[in-house]
Design a protein around this ligand. Structure first.
Ligand SMILES: [Zn+2]
Length: 402
C-alpha cells in the first residue's frame, strides 16, 4: 500500500483479521511447544524436536516461566533443618543473643500454632485457605494459652536479653505470657482489648473474652459503651485491608524506636510478607552495614532470607527450647493463675454481662468456671464476626457481589 494513504474500511478489517489469525496461530504454537517441553527429551519425536529448534525464543520464554512457577512453589514449601544442623545454628544464635546490645524480636502467627491457632500463610493457614476459597472455622481461641515460645520471650525480656517485641498477632498471648505492655507493640491489635477513642487519652478496656465478635472490616464497634463518657467502644484490630490508627495497643512509636536502636532482630514464625512493608522496622534508611543483623526462624521462605545473617528452618518452639538450653535459662511454664489478663481486665457491669457470647478466659477450676459454663449454654446463637480472618472473608464476598 502507498505510504501516506489511509486504509479503507475493508482493508482495516482484513488487517485486523490477519492480525487475529496470526496471534491465534502463535497461541496454538505456544500450547504445542509447551506440551512438547513437558515430555522428557528422550521421548520427543524428530518432528517435535525440529519444532522446538524452530522456536527457540518461545522455548526460552516458557522455560523461564516454568522456573518462576517452580520457585514460587518452593517458597510455599515448609522446610525443616536436620536436627544436628538446627542445633549448630541455634548454638550460633545463642552467642548472638548473649552478645547483642539491643535485641528485638518480631513475631508472627507461626509462634502460636502450638497453641492451636492456625498460622497465616502455612499450608493450612488463614490466608492460604481463603485464597483457595475455603472458609475458616472459628476455633475457640480463648482456649489458647501462651506457647513455649511466648514464655521463652517473656523470660528473655526479664533477663534483659530482649528489649522489645513487635508482633503481628492479635491473639493476646504475648501479654498473657507476662511480657510487660511497654515492651510490646501489637501492630494488628489485641483481641482482648477494646478502646474508647472519645476519651483523651484513649481509654482502654482489657477484657477476659474476645471483644471482636461483632466487628469486621471497617466496622469496629464492639457493642459496649465507655464507663466514663458513654461513647461506643471499638476493637483494636487492624482487619485485613485496613491500616492501624490507634496509639495503643499498636504502640507503633515504641516499635520504630526499638528498631532504630536495634543491633539484632530475631524474626520468629512470620512470613515477613506484611512486616517487610514497614521500612522503619528494618532501618532501611541506614546504610546496609549499619542495619541490624537479621536472624530468621521460619519453616517457609521469607522475602528477607537473602539479607539474613542466619536462617533457621525449624518450628519456633523447637528452636526456642534449644536456645534456652544453650543460654541455660529455664523456661517458665504458663500458669493460668498468674495470667496478667485477670489483673488487667476491667470487669463488665451487670447490664453488660450478656453483651458477648465468646467463652471467657477463666482462672483454673474455680466455681466461677462452672457457673460460667452453665450460663454459656443458655446464651443464644453467637453473632459471627471477629478478628480471626473474618474481615478478610467478608471483604472477598463483598467484592464478588459488586
Ligand atoms: Zn470514653
Amino acid at each position: 500500500m502507498a505510504a501516506g494513504r489511509s486504509l479503507s474500511r475493508s482493508e482495516r478489517k482484513a488487517a485486523a483479521r490477519a492480525e487475529f489469525l496470526r496471534q491465534e496461530e502463535q497461541r496454538e504454537r505456544r500450547r504445542q511447544v509447551s506440551r512438547i517441553l513437558r515430555k522428557p527429551a528422550a521421548e520427543r519425536s524428530a518432528d517435535e524436536a525440529m519444532l522446538l529448534s524452530g522456536c527457540q525464543e518461545m522455548v526460552r520464554d516458557l522455560e523461564r516461566l516454568r522456573k518462576k512457577r517452580e520457585r514460587l512453589r518452593r517458597r510455599l514449601e515448609e522446610v525443616c533443618d536436620e536436627p544436628d544442623e538446627l542445633k549448630r545454628k541455634v548454638s550460633k544464635l545463642s552467642a548472638v543473643v548473649r552478645g547483642a546490645k539491643h535485641l528485638i524480636v518480631y513475631t508472627g502467627a507461626g509462634i502460636s500454632t502450638a497453641a492451636s491457632i492456625p498460622d497465616y500463610r502455612g499450608p493450612n493457614g488463614v490466608w492460604t485457605m481463603l485464597q483457595k476459597g475455603r472458609s475458616i472455622r472459628a476455633t475457640d481461641l480463648s482456649e489458647a494459652e501462651p506457647t513455649l515460645t511466648h514464655m521463652s520471650i517473656a523470660c528473655l525480656h526479664k533477663h534483659k536479653l530482649v528489649k522489645h517485641v513487635v508482633s503481628q498477632n492479635c491473639d493476646g498471648l504475648h501479654l498473657r505470657s507476662g511480657l510487660p505492655r511497654e515492651a510490646l507493640s501489637e501492630l494488628h491489635g489485641n483481641m482482648y482489648i477494646e478502646v474508647c477513642t472519645s476519651c483523651i487519652p484513649n481509654r482502654e478496656y482489657v477484657r477476659v473474652f474476645d471483644v471482636t465478635e461483632r466487628t469486621a472490616l471497617h466496622r469496629h464497634q464492639t457493642g459496649r459503651l465507655c464507663h466514663k463518657c458513654g461513647a461506643q467502644l471499638r476493637d483494636t484490630i487492624v482487619h485485613f485491608g485496613e491500616k492501624g490508627i490507634l496509639q495503643q495497643p499498636l504502640n507503633w512509636e515504641a516499635a520504630t524506636e526499638a528498631a532504630s536502636k536495634a543491633d539484632v532482630i530475631l524474626c520468629l514464625g512470620s512470613s515477613l510478607k506484611v512486616l517487610k512493608k514497614y521500612p522503619h522496622l528494618w532501618c532501611m534508611s541506614k546504610p546496609p552495614r549499619h542495619r541490624p543483623k537479621l536472624y530468621i526462624v521460619n519453616l517457609q521462605w521469607t522475602p528477607k532470607d537473602d539479607l539474613a545473617a542466619l536462617k533457621l528452618h525449624g518450628k519456633c518452639d523447637d528452636v526456642m527450647k534449644l536456645l534456652m538450653d544453650e543460654l541455660e535459662l529455664p523456661i517458665p511454664s504458663y500458669d493460668r493463675m498468674k495470667d496478667p489478663i485477670f489483673s488487667l481486665a476491667v470487669p463488665l457491669q451487670p447490664e453488660e454481662e450478656c453483651s458477648h457470647s465468646r467463652k471467657p478466659v477463666t482462672p483454673p477450676a474455680s466455681l466461677h468456671e462452672v457457673q460460667l459454663g452453665e450460663e454459656q449454654q443458655m446464651r443464644p446463637d453467637p453473632p459471627s464476626g471477629g478478628w480471626f480472618g473474618r474481615g478478610c472473608a467478608k471483604g472477598t464476598k463483598r467484592k464478588k457481589n459488586s
